[in-house]
Unconditional design. Structure first.
Lengths: 333, 251, 283
């Protein structure tokens, strides 16, 4: 009997630990990404954008894919994070890492506080409240031009070299390397989080909040925690954008930002972290291709893509992608 | 003499003008196997919801092992050892039984909020999972998706999750409901083999199960306790018969 | 002062007419249709095109501003929307945002991004003085038309067989089907009428709200506020909410322009958090 129990425990350990193990395909993916710093010199600007919105989409996946919180206003944290980093650079210090840390921590606090508004209602209420919060921030940025530059955007940001060594260049190479490193590090942490007991408890809440509560999981506290973490991630992404563009447009808080990031996540599939990054890559590449072809009407095809994805069943599309991913890594989930 | 495992004093719940639970004073002794029966609409569900903290009572108190828990949140009650199962399975469909039990065991062990270590790295948790899986006959299906399990297994998991919270008092809400005959015996045997240091309140319709399992029976009618007694007393009680005959005449 | 109140009421009336279709699809059919504003825009553009290209009179275009969006709504409902009645709110949101994106881009493509002018007829222009209050004729006209519409809708929903069928179909489609209610048909008609009324609102309100391709996004939040703040248990709630919103918005922009839309967004959040069923819901 003891023998039997031991073997079950061993199997259980193996099965659970597998969630945290790095698969070959993942390692390959990041190697390729870092290789691009050297290999794709003409494309660093767009790669930088992909790294940033990829991180943004990962942040949305943390709440939507892993905790089941749907948001129509995730750009709130992205945008405020961008302003926070930009303002810090103008008024306090031009050091990018300090600015990044500041924006990230600030957004963790803002996310934690706003979680109490968001977590009260059902799905629909959440969608509306998140949308409302983003609108409020947008309106604040819009009406306080003395601080944010209003509709003209926040100008006059100058960034010092990263760690005092790596200067931001015109071709976006430093910016891409910087954004990629930050995205990678935060991704590693996110990966840890979702494979942890805390991450499992989020999945439980996502699947069945009623039962989660009935086995003693403090549902609201857990959701607040992940909401704060996701907000911090979004803030970091916003800070990266502000620092690498050295400009913050009011558009960072626009509704279409929140919609775009949802779309990216839906394209890539929710609930396995790489969905956000895959989605960001597909989204940006599509945007480049379609904008080349019909400049203004990229929006139309984004819309069409959303409609088709939903009608086909985004679960199915997402499941297909994540299955493929699992097969690549010879892992099972 | 030790405090009862679970006790209510003058418990009341009103919804608008309707009294759903009417002055219920109830005791569950340590280690007891107690069944709560009553016709449909007698207020069994409301009573369970009051005990577990889904609803706040309009009046009255609830004690768990002598300590008042009337105003504790649902989660705190679970941590104190009052755990329930559900009449309709409430499981985590996209997770495996392994993950499900892991969540419950980690939570009760105080490591449910650990975010820096990968789940599965704590030997104590793994041993507990293995032991519970063996007790509930789930060892073979630990890595299957819960939603794909046969219904009988899901029903066992439903109880196993609650058991994984290390309950002092376990509320079983119609544990055998809907389980096909072939899988029923395993389920009943498992329930009867639950350790004696867990006190059990069984909420049930199925009289076979009640009579084979329970030592004491409480009868709830119209939100109030009609009577309490041993199995023999209750089965002889003419009022209980009237209630149940009346009900079967209706339905 | 009273003029502002009056303008606010007219504005609120238009908002209600625009939003009431949404309140039915969301409240009764439980479908989050963020593309509702696109139907309103369709109505507005129908009127603009008929007047500016074909020389129709304003009044004559109004029925078309109803029928064109209603027809489009009916088509979309039959082909696309109905597949998503059981879907999650998130899916509905994604789907309808997609539709809005398409509508905005398509309108931009065919009509250009400039605002459309709708000339209201001579006899509706100008203001009259009633007991010392300056009252715009067109706004009085709007209030009258919208008022009639409100009453008609309320009567249809509560007093007619169609209304009770709709409510039955929403409560429990299976049972309703069992009772011989053509649930699909009821839903389709409701959706079409809701879209048509929105279109009518778009045409009537073009002069007040403006009309350009971004219309569905600009006013989406207003519709949502009307519906969520008003609650969806009846039409009275959204109606009152629309009036309040109209007055608050017009008044706010007049007295404290620096706050902008901040106040109404905040109010929406507060209501959602503390009264998730809406300000006027019972209980």
């Amino acid at each position: 009997m003891a023998k039997f129990a031991d073997s079950v425990a061993d199997r259980a350990a193996a099965s659970l630990l597998k969630r945290g193990r790095w698969r070959p395909a993942e390692i390959l993916f990041w190697l390729v990404a870092f290789g691009a710093v050297y290999a794709l010199p003409g494309h660093h600007l767009i790669l930088n954008e992909i790294a940033i919105i990829g991180l943004f989409a990962v942040s949305l996946d943390l709440i939507l894919g892993f905790a089941g919180i749907a948001s129509l206003g995730h750009a709130a944290f992205f945008g405020v994070g961008a302003y926070a980093a930009g303002l810090l650079a103008i008024h306090v210090t031009a050091d990018p890492v300090l600015g990044l840390v500041f924006a990230t921590l600030l957004m963790a606090v803002v996310g934690y506080v706003s979680s109490f508004l968001v977590l009260r209602g059902a799905d629909l209420t959440r969608l509306m409240v998140t949308l409302g919060v983003a609108l409020v921030f947008g309106e604040i940025a819009n009406k306080n031009g003395w601080l944010t530059g209003g509709a003209d955007g926040l100008q006059g940001i100058f960034m010092a070299p990263v760690f005092g060594v790596f200067e931001f260049d015109l071709f976006g190479r430093t910016a891409f390397a910087y954004s990629l490193v930050v995205t990678f590090l935060l991704f590693v942490v996110a990966r840890r989080i979702v494979a942890s007991p805390f991450g499992l408890s989020l999945l439980a809440i996502r699947d069945n909040p009623l039962r989660a509560r009935a086995i003693g999981i403090p549902v609201n506290a857990r959701l607040s925690a992940i909401y704060a973490i996701a907000a911090a991630y979004a803030g970091a992404a916003g800070a990266l954008l502000a620092q690498s563009a050295q400009f913050v447009s009011i558009d960072v808080l626009a509704f279409h930002r929140s919609a775009d990031v949802l779309l990216m996540l839906v394209i890539g599939g929710t609930g396995y972290l790489y969905g956000g990054i895959v989605g960001a890559i597909v989204f940006k590449v599509l945007q480049e291709v379609i904008s080349d072809w019909t400049p203004q009407y990229w929006t139309f095809w984004v819309g069409a893509l959303l409609v088709v994805l939903v009608l086909v069943g985004r679960d199915r599309v997402g499941a297909r992608v994540s299955q493929l991913w699992a097969r690549l890594g010879r892992g099972t989930r | 003499m030790s405090a009862p495992a679970l006790e209510t004093r003058g418990l009341m719940k009103r919804f608008g003008g309707i009294v759903a639970t009417n002055d219920v004073s109830f005791r569950l002794a340590q280690g007891e196997r107690h069944a709560l029966i009553g016709p449909n609409g007698a207020g069994k569900t409301t009573f369970v919801n009051l005990l577990t903290g889904v609803h706040a009572p309009s009046a009255g108190q609830i004690f768990l092992e002598g300590q008042e828990i009337t105003n504790l949140s649902a989660e705190r009650r679970v941590k104190r050892g009052l755990v329930r199962t559900f009449q309709i399975n409430q499981l985590f469909g996209a997770m495996t039984p392994l993950e499900t039990l892991g969540v419950a065991v980690s939570e009760v062990g105080g490591s449910g909020a650990d975010w820096w270590r990968v789940a599965g790295s704590k030997a104590r948790v793994l041993d507990d999972i293995a032991e519970i899986a063996a007790r509930f006959g789930l060892a073979d299906v630990l890595e299957a998706r819960t939603a794909t399990l046969p219904y009988g297994k899901q029903r066992l998991l439903e109880i196993a999750v609650a058991f994984a919270c290390r309950p002092r008092v376990l509320l079983l809400d119609e544990p055998a409901a809907g389980v096909p005959e072939a899988e029923r015996q395993e389920l009943l045997a498992t329930v009867c083999a639950l350790p004696r240091d867990v006190s059990i309140l069984l909420i049930e319709h199925d009289m076979d199960l009640v009579f084979s399992f329970a030592e004491k029976i409480s009868v709830l009618v119209d939100g109030a306790l009609l009577t309490q007694g041993t199995v023999a007393e209750i089965s002889r009680d003419p009022r209980v018969r009237a209630v149940y005959l009346g009900e079967s005449a209706d339905g | 002062m009273l003029t502002i109140l009056f303008d606010g009421i007219a504005y609120g009336m238009v908002l209600f007419v625009l939003a009431c279709g949404l309140s039915v699809t969301l409240g009764l059919m439980n479908f989050v249709n963020l593309a509702h504003g696109a139907f309103a825009m369709a109505g507005g553009y129908t009127t603009a095109i008929l007047m500016n290209r074909y020389g129709w009179s304003f009044i004559a275009t109004l029925p078309m501003a109803f029928f064109v969006p209603a027809l489009v709504g009916l088509l979309l409902e039959r082909t696309l929307y109905r597949r998503l009645y059981g879907a999650s709110h998130l899916d509905q949101v994604l789907f309808s945002i997609g539709l809005v994106f398409m509508a905005v881009a398509a309108t931009d493509y065919f009509m250009g991004s400039q605002p459309q002018l709708i000339q209201i007829p001579e006899w509706l222009r100008g203001r009259v003085d009633i007991f010392g209050v300056q009252v715009g004729l067109y706004r009085s006209f709007i209030i009258a038309v919208c008022g009639v519409l409100v009453i008609a809708l309320q009567l249809v929903l509560t007093q007619t067989r169609f209304g009770s069928r709709l409510r039955a179909a929403v409560d429990d489609p299976r049972v309703a089907r069992g009772l011989g209610i053509p649930v699909e048909f009821v839903f389709a008609v409701t959706f079409a009428v809701g879209s048509g009324i929105a279109g009518l609102g778009g045409a009537l309100g073009a002069e007040i709200l403006g009309l350009d391709p971004t219309f569905p996004f600009k006013f989406m939040i207003y519709f949502l506020i009307v519906v969520t703040v008003g609650g969806t248990s009846s039409l009275i709630g959204p109606f009152l909410a629309a009036l309040l919103l109209g007055i608050a918005d017009v008044g706010g922009k007049y007295f404290v322009p620096e706050l902008g839309a901040f106040v109404i967004y905040t109010v929406m959040i507060v209501v959602l958090v503390f009264r998730p069923k809406g300000l006027f819901a019972r209980g």
